[in-house]
Structures are given as structure tokens and as C-alpha cells.
Ligand binder design. Structure first.
Ligand code: SF4
Ligand code: NI
Ligand code: CU1
Length: 709
């Protein structure tokens, strides 16, 4: 059979199934019944990206089927084959959406099904930094369970985000392999139609980060082709449904590798046949042009960004270091070159073999660095990376920072030979690797004696943290000579530029002014560039000719001007990976803020994903702005519109997180005590009327300010 016919037949089957499922749903619920995926602002994201139309009811889905059918021309031409691939994906999306009807939760762990918008935004930063260099879609049954495990593990250890469809899921579950969003191995579903959930991620990325207009098919395909490093590994025997899905993948730029040597012909660079599945990893990476950053670290367990989100339960833990109970700390100190012996790792005190299983202990590690270009300002920049470095160790979990850390080591890691000294190996290797421009020598001291930890925590670490905090509090936008640009997110959001100042960190929350400064000094031609601040246009809004020139240049002319302190007048753009979004609440003259983790409703009648969809892709949208969590307590938070006094609502959890700092700022600027008590949250109001009544009762200052619009 011709490849075309296989694709057309598979497409027909997927379409017929969608029709049958839809008819059944209409018979049960009627045409007015709502349909859609949870926690997304993009309705049925694939259909919406392709057509610009949102489907919200079964009746609308029935209409939409006509469009899908119109793609199914069965002409033996390449474009017709591709259209069939897209039609297959859309039909699969209908089938999957129908599973969620009436609030159903069709997927149970380990199956993940649909991804929320928040999850996709969360992937933004690791994708741009290359921590996630690509996305693998593995379909079907591997020759043996071990083959499935080996393949998954090979990708996972490179940081590749792995999604699974079909029998390989049970194969790796049988082998006891850990899966989940946290470890970046995500089983989508048993049925082939569940593959659309990863297509949905790629297409939503185009809308969220790429500012692609829904319905602009050419721009959509160009975006996925150029920017989404996905590929498909399909185990044979293939069938026409899988091949039809593969046609869709190839259309979006994702090559397919299979070991079915008979069913289809091969297509150079797109449909690759290779029998030995142990070679699929390099073949796939080459076909999709993915390059892997390698850091060789001498430890007995794996080290990869995929393990960053891994959770170690109490029962699985060998030992724990717990800074909330006993004295613990982590610290970077700069030293003279003569004081540091490169790659010296010392464990001062007992190794973890001496500890009983399941017990809690003290730990303190000091990373001493020296280099001609080292600057004490970089100490906290390195130190904040420890969380990610230590978490990337397979079987080790790290939370917190400074002297409030907790480190758990699993039994599996311990049995594999992992010891405290390996924490030192990891810190050494990563610091030397990432900061080689300023670190010439690095040594690590690990203290495990409780007396040492107590003494050093109080005499060494806390004074160092205090000194740093004093330095940070003197870092204001006025006190520095330059700001920095960050264009890291241009990999996905081509015209987006963040301007990072001491009092306004990048919207992702991961890049402070010190981080940007360090990035610039480490790589002077890299993503962070110096922006001078000599030519002030307007102090109130934070407008500078220097800043405008810079954003103009770094956005390749897409942006003419931005202000630093206004959300109404030329606000800064958003890429899509912002921690929070604020938006105008007209009834109270204020703004509400929602964070990515919040899944409930806001008084604007929109959820976080819906609010978030109002801005992104590097365009300016006055009235809505993405920002980092730490910006909320800043004296510069929408200073042009009156500052933090405008904040009228936040999710309770976010409010609690920022309360201490926000209250201090309110006290200092306006003499208000316990400002957060005046701010609404979801337990107080989810609609404007209740909110305004609450604000009135509390005498919230926003009510007395000038209207913003
Ligand atoms: Fe992206 Fe801005 Fe964060 Fe840089 S600072 S990584 S551009 S969000
Ligand atoms: Ni880990
Ligand atoms: Cu971003």
C-alpha cells in the first residue's frame, strides 16, 4: 500500500471514532453541553491554534467536524497527506476532549492526559536555558520491557522531556520505573489519541510564547518547525492510526523513528526506519538537530535536570539533613587563589554510613572559590543554583536555601554508593562548568558533626548572609549605574526583552539584577547586556532613552519603548513564563495579582490561565503585565500608577508568601500597618462586588486613588 493510503485510512478511522463519540455524547447530553479541557484558556488548543475558533459546546464541535472533514481530501499529494495528518490530530483532540465531559477525570496516575497551561508555562525557563533540550514522544510496545526502560532512561539522563503513549507505559511500570511530570517522564494515555496532548503542548507554546495568531497556520507550522525540538519514536508493528498521527508530527517538523521495517516506506529525515532500538537516541537527536550539554560528574548515580522534581518519601529515605530541626547551612565564599586547592573535597565528620536508616542530621557545606575575575557579588548567584544542582542528582532531594535547607538521600542512591562527599563532587563540577569565566579554583568542605555545624552556622554563615542582605538592601534602581537586558526567552518568544533592575527582577523570577550582572560578566556577548541609564525621559514611569534604544535593538525593532514602572504606559512585555500576572480591576481602581500555582477564580472572572492568555509573546498589553513574585513587594511595583497601594486582591497563599516584605514596604512608603489584611483573597471574594464591599470596610487606599483608565 502507498504511504498516502495508510495515512488516509488511519485518518478516516480517527475521524469516524470522533464522530461516533460525539454522537454518543450529544445523545446523552444534548448539543448545548459544554466541552473542553480543564485549566486552559485555549479551549481545544489544537483546533483553536489551527483555526482561530474556540469550541465550547458539543454543537460547536459538530460544526467543527466539517472543517476537519474538509482537510480529508485523499489526494495522493504531499500537502493532502499533511492535511490528513492535521485532521487526525484534530479528530484525536475531539476524542480526548469528550473524555473530559461533565467534569470527568478520565486519567488516573500514572496517566497524565491533558496538560494545564500552567504546566506549559512552567516548562518555559528550562526549555530556554536548554535544561530541557527536546521532547521525545514514545509510542507503542518496545521489543522488551528493558528496551523501553533503556530508551526512556537515555533521554531522561539528557534532560529530554519524555512523553509515552500505549504499551510502553505498562512496560516501564512493570520494571518499577518512576514516572511523572516531576521527573519529566510523562505517560499520556493508553490510546493513540492521547498523543494529541503533547501536540497540544507544542501548539500552545506557539500561542503562549510565540505570539502566533490562532488560525495563522503558516506561522504556527513555522514556529513548531523552528522552535519545538520534538521527535517521535514509534515501536512496531505500526498501524494506520499511528502512521496518520505520524504524518501530523512530520507536518509540524517532528521526525519519526520506527523499527517496523515493512509497514511503510521510509522518508529521508522524516520517517526513519532503524531496527536496533538501542540506537534510537542518537538517531533521533541527529534527525531533530538536538545538541546535549554534557557535564561529567564522578558520582555513582545519574545526574540530570529530569531528576530535579523527583520526590523522596520518608519511607524511601536513607538519611535526611533537616535545617528546620538542627543546624544546617550552605554557603559560597570567595577566597584568595592561594587559599584554595582545586577539586579538594573534604568530609569533616562522619560519612553517612555512620548514620542509622531514617534518621535526621546536621550538615553544612562551604564551597570556596577563587579567581582573578571573581566578585563577592556572585556568591549568592552561585549559591542559589545549589538547589537545582543537588536536586538533579538521582535519588537526592533538596529544598530551601541558606540555613533553611533540607536534603534527603534515598536508600536507592545510598545503596548505589552515593555518599556526602558526592554532594561536594556535584557542586564542584557544576560550579567549575558553569562559572569557568570567573572561577579558577574551587574546593568544598562538608561538615557533618553537629558541633561544627552549629558553630559555623552562627559564626560563619549567618554573618555572611546578614552582610549580603545589607548589600542587597542598598541595591536600588537609583544606586546603580546600569541595568541589564535579558533575551534568554527569545528562543521561544522571539521579540521579548526583559529589562532587569535591582528593584525589578525578570518576570520568570529566576533572573535578578545580580544574576544578570553575573551572566553578563561570564558571557559578555550572551543574553544579558548592559543598559545605561543616563538619558531619563520620565522619572515617574521609569522611561529612559537608553532603555528604549536597547529594547528596540534586542527586539529587532518589534518594540519601540518600554517603561520600568508602569503597567498602563508602554508596559514591559511578557514572554509567557511569568510567575505572576497582574491585571486591572476597574471597580476598585486597583489591580489583582494571580500566581501560576493558583487554580481558582479571580474577581476579574478569569482564572490564571485566562488572565495569562491576555499577554505574552513579547507584545505590550496595557492593563496586564507578567512579573516575578519578588516584584510584588518592590517600591517600584507599578509606581507610576501609585504603587503597591493599588493591589486589591491576591490568592491567599501568594499573599502569605509575600506578606512580610509587602507589609514592610507599605509601612515605609505609606505608613500603613499590616497592609495585607486589607487585600482580598479567594476566601474573601471571587467577584468584584464582594471584593469592593470588603475593601470599603477595610478602608483600602486604592478606593481613594485616581481611576487608572
Ligand atoms: Fe526570560 Fe526575562 Fe527570565 Fe530572561 S529574565 S529568562 S528573558 S523571563
Ligand atoms: Ni533529585
Ligand atoms: Cu520567559
Amino acid at each position: 500500500m502507498l504511504l498516502f493510503d495508510i495515512v488516509f485510512n488511519g485518518n478516516d478511522k480517527m475521524y469516524d471514532r470522533a464522530v461516533a463519540d460525539l454522537d454518543a455524547a450529544i445523545a446523552k447530553y444534548g448539543e448545548d453541553k459544554a466541552v473542553g479541557f480543564p485549566d486552559t484558556a485555549y479551549s481545544l488548543p489544537c483546533y483553536y491554534s489551527e483555526t482561530g475558533e474556540k469550541i465550547s459546546t458539543l454543537g460547536e464541535m459538530k460544526e467543527a467536524l466539517k472543517y476537519v472533514k474538509s482537510l480529508m481530501t485523499r489526494e495522493r499529494r504531499l500537502d493532502s497527506g499533511f492535511k490528513s495528518g492535521v485532521a487526525t490530530a484534530l479528530a484525536a483532540e475531539f476524542i480526548e476532549a469528550l473524555k473530559y465531559i461533565d467534569g470527568a477525570q478520565p486519567y488516573e496516575l500514572p496517566y497524565e492526559g491533558h496538560f494545564s497551561d500552567a504546566k506549559i508555562r512552567e516548562l518555559g525557563v528550562p526549555l530556554v536555558t536548554g535544561d530541557i533540550p527536546g521532547v521525545a514522544v514514545i509510542i507503542g510496545k518496545a521489543p522488551t520491557a528493558q528496551d523501553a526502560v533503556d530508551l526512556v532512561k537515555s533521554y531522561q539522563s539528557q534532560g529530554i522531556f519524555v512523553t509515552l503513549v500505549g504499551d510502553c507505559i505498562e512496560q516501564i511500570a512493570e520494571a518499577g520505573y518512576k514516572t511523572g511530570f516531576g521527573v519529566r517522564v510523562v505517560p499520556l494515555g493508553k490510546e493513540i489519541s492521547s498523543v494529541v496532548h503533547v501536540v497540544s503542548v507544542a501548539l500552545r507554546a506557539a500561542l503562549i510564547f510565540g505570539n502566533v495568531t490562532p488560525g495563522d497556520k503558516a506561522a504556527l507550522q513555522k514556529y513548531t518547525f523552528n522552535r519545538i525540538n520534538a521527535f517521535v519514536n514509534a515501536f512496531g508493528p505500526l498501524d494506520d492510526l499511528t502512521v496518520a498521527c505520524g504524518a501530523g508530527a512530520i507536518y509540524y517538523g517532528f521526525p519519526v523513528v520506527t523499527n517496523d521495517m515493512d509497514y511503510t516506506p521510509s522518508v529521508p529525515k522524516s520517517l526513519i526506519k532503524y531496527e536496533d532500538v538501542s540506537q534510537w537516541n542518537p538517531i533521533s537527536l541527529e534527525a531533530r538537530g538536538i545538541k546535549i550539554k554534557i557535564t561529567n560528574i564522578d558520582i555513582p548515580v545519574a545526574f540530570a535536570s529530569a531528576f530535579e522534581g523527583e520526590i523522596i518519601r520518608r519511607g524511601d529515605m536513607q538519611v535526611e539533613f533537616d535545617g528546620s530541626r538542627v543546624d544546617c547551612f550552605e554557603l559560597v565564599q570567595s577566597k584568595e587563589l592561594t587559599e584554595v586547592e582545586d577539586h579538594k573535597i573534604e568530609v569533616i565528620g562522619p560519612e553517612i554510613d555512620a548514620f542509622e536508616v531514617g534518621t535526621k542530621h546536621s550538615i553544612g557545606y562551604v564551597v570556596e572559590v577563587a579567581g582573578k575575575n571573581m566578585n563577592a557579588d556572585f556568591e549568592p548567584v552561585f549559591e542559589r543554583k545549589f538547589h537545582s544542582y543537588i536536586n538533579c542528582i538521582e535519588g537526592v532531594m533538596h529544598t530551601g536555601q541558606r540555613d533553611m535547607i533540607r536534603v534527603r538521600i534515598s536508600k536507592d542512591a545510598f545503596n548505589a554508593g552515593f555518599r556526602a562527599k558526592h554532594i561536594g563532587e556535584v557542586l564542584y563540577a557544576k560550579i567549575k562548568n558553569e562559572f569557568d569565566a570567573v572561577v579558577d579554583k574551587c574546593q568544598v568542605k562538608i561538615y557533618t558533626n553537629p558541633e561544627d555545624c552549629t558553630k559555623l552556622r552562627h559564626e560563619l554563615a549567618i554573618p555572611a548572609f546578614d552582610k549580603r542582605d545589607d548589600r542587597l538592601s542598598t541595591l536600588t534602581d537609583e544606586s546603580v549605574d546600569v541595568y541589564y537586558s535579558c533575551i534568554m526567552c527569545q528562543a521561544f518568544s522571539p521579540s521579548h526583552v526583559c529589562v532587569v533592575t535591582p528593584e525589578r527582577l525578570g518576570l520568570c523570577g529566576a533572573v535578578s539584577w545580580l544574576d544578570a550582572k553575573a551572566t553578563n560578566e561570564l558571557d559578555p556577548s550572551g543574553p544579558c547586556q548592559v543598559i545605561t541609564k543616563e538619558r531619563v525621559i520620565d522619572e515617574r514611569t521609569g522611561a529612559y532613552e537608553d532603555v528604549n534604544e536597547a529594547v528596540n535593538k534586542f527586539s529587532q525593532g518589534a518594540l519601540e519603548k518600554v517603561t520600568l514602572y508602569s503597567i498602563m504606559e508602554d508596559p514591559m512585555t511578557s514572554c509567557g513564563c511569568f510567575e505572576c500576572i497582574c491585571g486591572i480591576e476597574p471597580f476598585s481602581n486597583g489591580v489583582i495579582i494571580a500566581n501560576r500555582e493558583y487554580s481558582g477564580m479571580t474577581p476579574l472572572g478569569m482564572t490564571f490561565p485566562e488572565l495569562a492568555s491576555m499577554t505574552g509573546g513579547g507584545v505590550q498589553t496595557p492593563g496586564f503585565m507578567g512579573h516575578g513574585k519578588h516584584f510584588i513587594a518592590s517600591k517600584k511595583f507599578m509606581k507610576a500608577e501609585g504603587g503597591i497601594e493599588r493591589i486589591v486582591w491576591m490568592p491567599k497563599e501568594l499573599k502569605e508568601t509575600v506578606a512580610e516584605k509587602l507589609n514592610a514596604t507599605a509601612k515605609e512608603l505609606y505608613g500603613i500597618d499590616n497592609f495585607t489584611d486589607m487585600i482580598g483573597d479567594e476566601t474573601i471574594a471571587e467577584d468584584p462586588e464582594t471584593l469592593v464591599a470588603f475593601l470599603t470596610e477595610k478602608g483600602h487606599p486604592a478606593l481613594g486613588l485616581d481611576p487608572m483608565m
